[in-house]
Design a protein around this ligand. Structure first.
Ligand code: F6P
Length: 500
């Protein structure tokens, strides 16, 4: 980040916050607590793009970060100021608090509604002939789990605002669609924004679900002054959804506003990004450098790399099918390329994720059995949450495969172009939010097109170094310009301008 960008962010923060802290609320926090064998609590970094991006916000702005108590350890820590201080570590700018509900309530919110239901809905991953089935159990989980968790978040936020009549609050993601309405009831003057990190699908998708649920989501979000999305298309889809399902709202497509009961909600898009310096620092650490050397292990092979949570929407299976097709159609590549897949465990208590994980492992085993030779394993799979290792992997890639079915943004694509040391070529789904910013330098693929993805991998592997360098330089400049500071600054400036 340049000194100029730093100063601009500082100025935006001061004019929005004065001497307040920014309150950020997210489901997953920067750390989670787990009990060690001796009964003590240990902290672990939260995984995923949202934590990666927001973790850097505290470097620029003092924040109170309210996260859901996801584990038993978190629930214990929620009431223990000493542990909460420990969680913030050296980072005095971040004050951590938990919104804590009893375990069964949280399970309903996270493991029944947020992930299997809203996530699948918004990533359009349902096999509609069979799912979803909105039965009494879903309605109960919505009311007693999801809405209850949102109420708990509202209470935790309000506890931090004390007598401030205009606290500045940023809510995040699909776990927290109804919290704004609950906060607004108590603190009508609050400055509230919500940012949805995942796709916002067209109204026809929302049409499938119970009107009570979709209307509560719509009304809840209209409790905010600003609602933000990753791309213009998602923002537009949101306005159309409101026009379809909230009869007393007036949508102005030119002004990007929604008026309901004398309140105005501004609809904006802010593509999220990464902290370029922090990413470089971790990728350049001694541990990451050592790991990069080990991964290369003296090979002269060209290396294809992917980094993802083990997640059905990431389209990992078709990625392997494409690699298999590549080896099938280009026998001369056998023994000369390697595919390193760094997959991070995610939502392991959900059946869909367990099933998907097994299919991924099978696909890898099949490819290795079919094409492997002595001294050459076509695919190496790493299944762990090791961020430095993942960046090390990206740094040594010749080709980076990012082929999600659909993705709010996808920060791996952005991390990859920053840490690449071999002028990697980026193969990127047209359906990733990141594609809107990266189309110029990437090789585009349609996610279901396995043949096209195999061709794109072949093109990337054969691409002259000069062209790879040119494309990467362009992508890198884009990420450096539109980084996490830019994402945050634009939101803070909008909040000043639109709510001032
Ligand atoms: O925005 C999507 C998100 O909530 C991000 O935090 C991250 O990409 C991922 O999903 C993490 O999911 P979970 O917190 O359920 O592991």
């Amino acid at each position: 980040m340049t000194a100029e960008a730093d100063a601009a962010l500082g100025a935006a923060a001061t004019s929005l916050l004065g001497d307040r802290r920014l309150i950020i609320a997210t489901n997953r926090g920067p750390v989670t607590f787990a009990s060690a064998a001796d009964g003590s609590l240990r902290t672990r970094r939260g995984s995923g793009g949202l934590v990666t991006a927001l973790g850097q916000v505290g470097r620029h702005v003092p924040i109170t970060w309210i996260a859901a108590a996801m584990s038993e350890g978190d629930r214990r820590a929620a009431a223990d100021p000493k542990l909460l201080r420990l969680a913030a570590g050296d980072d005095a700018a971040i004050r951590l608090r938990f919104a804590s509900v009893e375990r069964p309530v949280y399970e309903q919110a996270y493991n029944v509604i947020a992930n299997p239901f809203l996530w699948f809905l918004q990533h359009q991953m349902w096999n509609l002939s069979e799912r979803p089935v909105i039965d009494a159990a879903i309605i109960r989980a919505w009311e007693r789990g999801y809405v209850a968790l949102n109420e708990a978040f509202a209470a935790a936020v309000l506890a931090q605002t004390r007598s401030d009549r205009r606290p500045r609050i940023m809510l995040h993601d699909y776990h927290l669609y109804t919290a704004a309405e609950a906060i607004r009831r108590v603190r009508p003057g609050a400055v509230l924004s919500h940012f949805t990190h995942i796709p916002w699908p067209p109204s026809s998708i929302w049409q499938n679900i119970a009107p009570t649920i979709r209307e509560a989501i719509a009304r809840g979000l209209l409790g905010n002054d600003v609602v933000g999305f990753q791309t213009e298309r998602y923002a537009h889809n949101f306005m159309r959804m409101i026009a379809s399902f909230v009869p007393d709202a007036t949508v102005d497509y030119e002004e990007w506003t929604i008026r309901r009961r004398r309140r105005i909600t501004h609809v904006r898009h802010y593509p999220i990004s990464i902290d370029v310096e922090a990413t470089r620092r971790i990728a350049g650490s001694r541990a990451a450098r050592r790991r990069a050397d080990q991964l290369l292990g003296g090979t002269r092979n060209q290396v294809i790399v992917r980094v993802d949570r083990l997640e059905p929407s990431k389209n990992i299976l078709r990625g392997f099918l494409a690699y298999e097709a590549l080896l099938q159609r280009h026998p001369r590549l056998r023994g000369r390329i390697s595919f390193l897949a760094f997959l991070v465990p995610s939502r392991t208590s959900l059946r869909e994720y367990g099933d998907y994980g097994r299919k991924v492992q099978n696909a890898v085993d099949l490819i290795n059995a079919r094409f492997g030779q002595s001294g050459w394993r076509p695919v190496q799979l790493f299944y762990e949450n090791d961020y430095a290792q993942a960046l090390a992997g990206l740094s040594i890639a010749d080709v980076i495969l990012v082929n999600p079915l659909i993705d709010g943004m996808n920060l791996v694509a952005k991390e990859a172009v920053i840490v690449s040391e071999r002028d990697a070529a980026l193969v990127l789904s047209e359906t990733a939010g990141a594609f809107d910013q990266m189309a110029d330098g990437a090789l585009a693929v349609a996610p279901a097109d396995v043949v096209g993805t195999a061709d794109a991998l072949a093109t990337a592997l054969a691409m002259p170094v000069e062209e790879r360098r040119r494309r990467l330089a362009k992508l890198r400049r884009g990420v450096e310009r539109e980084d996490i500071t830019w994402w945050l600054r634009r939101q803070l400036e909008d909040l000043v301008e639109l709510t001032g």
